[in-house]
Design a protein around this ligand. Structure first.
Ligand code: SAH
Length: 242
């Protein structure tokens, strides 16, 4: 079971950055800290990208999404807004209260403060979208069974998931073998915006082969729809007929 945690505004650095960027048209540095990497920065403006500025993998996913759509971890609502503009029917969820508030202010018609793993969230969808390394939300490989079980309970018959991710193999030199004790795509992050520091969280990057293995063990099929420019890809995940 993955605990269906919701953030509070005091521990919602990315939401704070999103809310501030929306209110003022600018933001300071959104810091990304990790025990595995040097400190990095997430450009807040990028979280507000319009359709035309999105990576091709994301545009493909939005174009293919049909029926009742669930945008998981919707952030500023960039994908939900693009879907609405295409006349599509979308529910956007996020654990960040400030992001959900901002999405609503930006015009996302159905934005909710909900964790994907909350068993009380029992609606059904034709399409689940998980974009901008959407596999991140799964956190760790050991959460795969819980994720696929959850996905099954949220999908209508004939429904599917579109998810993008990257193979972090590029972080290792060609002659270097990635560690074998833990999967090399499992990372931990802490985010900080001004004096608001969030709790540490697990974030999973997964290569297509490993995703296919775990999907097969959990009754799903994976089709790589498109490859990106840098070890990234868009996959369609479909429950296998029982
Ligand atoms: N999809 C957006 C934001 C990506 S950042 C974009 O492409 O710009 C990932 C988002 O997922 C964050 O807003 C985070 O709060 C949210 N999130 C993380 N875990 C979640 C969960 N279990 N359920 C719902 N949202 C989650």
């Amino acid at each position: 079971m993955i605990p269906p945690v919701l953030l509070t505004p005091e521990k919602d650095p990315m939401g704070k950055a999103i809310a501030e960027y929306f209110a003022k048209g600018k933001a300071v540095k959104l810091r990304v800290l990790s025990t595995q990497f040097d400190e990095d920065e997430l450009p807040v403006a990028q979280l507000f990208r319009p359709f035309a500025a999105m990576p091709e993998l994301e545009r493909t996913a939005l174009t293919l999404a049909q029926g009742r759509i669930l945008d998981v971890g919707a952030g500023s609502g960039c994908h939900a807004l693009a879907l609405q503009e295409m006349g599509k029917d979308v529910v956007a969820i996020d654990i960040s209260p400030l992001s959900v508030e901002t999405m609503s202010l930006r015009g996302v018609r159905d934005a909710r403060h909900v964790n994907l793993f909350d068993p009380a969230f029992t609606e059904r969808f034709d399409c689940i979208l998980m974009l901008m390394n959407g596999s991140g939300i799964i956190g760790r490989l050991e959460n795969m069974p819980a994720f696929f079980q959850r996905a099954k309970s949220l999908l209508n018959p004939g429904g599917c998931i579109y998810l993008d991710s990257s193979d972090l193999r590029y972080l290792f030199d060609e002659d270097e073998t990635p560690p074998t004790d833990t999967y090399y795509g499992q990372v931990d992050f802490v985010m900080q915006y001004r004096n608001i520091r969030g709790d540490a969280f697990d974030w999973l990057y997964i290569d297509a082969t490993t995703l296919k293995q775990h999907a097969a063990e959990n009754g799903f099929e994976v089709e790589v729809i498109q490859e990106g420019e840098h070890y990234d890809y868009l996959a369609r995940l479909t429950p296998k007929a029982e």
